[in-house]
Design a protein around this ligand. Structure first.
Ligand SMILES: *[C@@H]1O[C@H](CO)[C@@H](O)[C@H](O)[C@H]1NC(C)=O
Ligand SMILES: *[C@@H]1O[C@H](CO)[C@@H](O)[C@H](O)[C@H]1NC(C)=O
Ligand SMILES: *[C@@H]1O[C@H](CO)[C@@H](O)[C@H](O)[C@H]1NC(C)=O
Length: 410
């Protein structure tokens, strides 16, 4: 058991030499604070045993890394300073340690008391009575294994870590980050508008609405943890189309919050809603600008009820409407109500959707979002089978709605 590696022996000779001159002062080691003043922090750890290391006398190199510092496996550690490795007494001397283990669990160089917690991505880990960590086993929205599997597979797109999603469970992602209710069959069967290409007409390989209509296409707003894509995508498409069709005379960013809080019939605010209901509201009641009625959902509790409606609209004759209250944003005076013409449904033919987009502006689309979409960073997305071998709860999907502004090739 008593072994001294050759390198150590040499050093011992050297230190023996140096020790002559160092006898007056105390070395760094003696001056270091006792490692185990409050008890042994890593009672279960194997240090001397792992390296089969026990040294006689004083051997400053008979040391091992220990929780961000070092501990020793030489006899000297027991004599003056309490810097022995936690298993020194047990492994090298065969006696119980003089310092009791601290009651708690270690994580990242810190001790947590029993019932203390830390977060490992989306899972909470709790220090148990037996000083073992126990962590929840929820699938997380950002799953490093999935990111690797997608980037190593040849799927045509790149996956990565969106920091806003880090720490959320997959279930929370599906519940709070989407928010469009699948349309009823009566809506899905709504009459389609047919766009017909002229004979010989060829569509460009790439198109971007903001290039055709500069300053009339608005950047997307961030819905945060509000499952209100029904309101965000509808307001976004309506904003662009109002701007395009008014030839830039009006360029409002229409207020999703106005829809979330006031379009409440069969709608559930930040817990989801229907596109047909949103378009009905925009046509019959109208909404004000986002500037006038700003989004208040981002900081609210996930999926909580939307704040109450702050303004309605009333008819003023000649088909126009006006707001019944001042802007919820006290700095804005303009509370004009914007209304839109009836919404129409396009068929699922790509070419026809592209032609509609090119001629009339951005279109709204429903999409079924799967667990891997939350990792999308670039490329051409398609749903991957990377989670096929895992339990059902790793494979989730929900309905989302988005604004399409163009197309292209990679
Ligand atoms: C280690 O230290 C304890 C407490 O000071 C002492 O009783 C014991 O004899 C020491 N063991 C050795 C091998 O020096
Ligand atoms: C992901 O991003 C978060 C926040 O920026 C960071 O704390 C975390 O360590 C990252 N995770 C990985 C696996 O890169
Ligand atoms: C889509 O529409 C275009 C133009 O109207 C037509 O030429 C094409 O055959 C259609 N594609 C499908 C799959 O129906």
């Amino acid at each position: 058991m008593w072994r001294c590696p050759l390198g150590l022996l040499l050093l011992l000779l050297l230190t023996g030499h140096v020790a002559l001159g160092a006898q007056k002062g105390r070395g760094r080691r003696e001056l270091a604070p006792g490692l185990h003043l409050r008890g042994i922090r890593d009672a279960g750890g194997r240090y001397c045993q792992e390296q089969d290391l026990c040294c006689r006398g004083r051997a400053d190199d008979c040391a091992l890394p220990y929780l961000g510092t070092i501990c020793y496996c030489d006899l000297f550690c027991n004599r003056t300073v309490s810097d022995c490795c936690p298993d020194f007494w047990d492994f090298c001397l065969g006696v119980p340690p003089p310092f009791p283990p601290i009651q708690g669990c270690m994580h990242g160089g810190r001790i947590y008391p029993v019932l203390g917690t830390y977060w490992d991505n989306c899972n909470r880990c709790t220090c148990q009575e037996n000083r073992q960590w126990q962590c929840d086993q929820e699938p997380c929205l950002v799953d490093p294994d999935m990111i690797n599997a997608i980037n190593q597979g040849n799927y045509g797109w790149q996956a990565g870590n969106h920091s806003a999603f880090w720490g959320m469970t997959l279930d929370e992602g599906i519940r709070y980050r989407l928010g469009t209710i699948r349309p009823s069959s009566s809506v899905l069967n709504m009459h389609e508008i047919y766009t017909v290409l002229n004979p010989g007409e060829v569509l460009p390989k790439a198109f971007e609405a903001s290039e055709k209509w500069p300053n009339l296409i608005h950047e997307p707003l961030d819905q945060g943890n509000c499952a209100g894509s029904w309101a965000f995508s509808t307001a976004a498409v309506a904003s662009d189309r109002v701007s395009i069709h008014s030839l830039g005379h009006m360029t409002p960013v229409l207020s999703p919050q106005n829809l979330l809080s006031c379009n409440t019939h069969h709608q559930q605010g930040c817990r989801g809603g229907r596109l047909d209901g949103a378009w009905w509201f925009l046509r019959r009641r109208g909404v004000v600008s986002d500037h006038c009625y700003p989004f208040s959902g981002r900081e609210r509790d996930k999926g909580g009820p939307a704040p109450p409606c702050m303004m309605h609209s009333r008819a003023t004759g000649r088909g126009k409407r006006q707001a019944t209250a001042r802007c919820p944003n006290g700095h804005v005076n303009n509370n004009n109500i914007y209304q839109v013409t009836p919404a129409y449904r396009l068929g699922s033919n790509d070419t026809e959707i592209m032609k509609e987009l090119m001629e009339n502006g951005p279109v709204q689309a429903l999409m079924e979002v799967h667990e891997d979409f939350f990792l999308y960073k670039g490329g051409i997305y398609s749903h991957t089978p990377v989670n096929l071998g895992r339990p059902e709860r790793y494979r989730r999907h929900g309905t989302h709605s988005v604004k399409i502004t163009g197309w292209g090739e990679e």
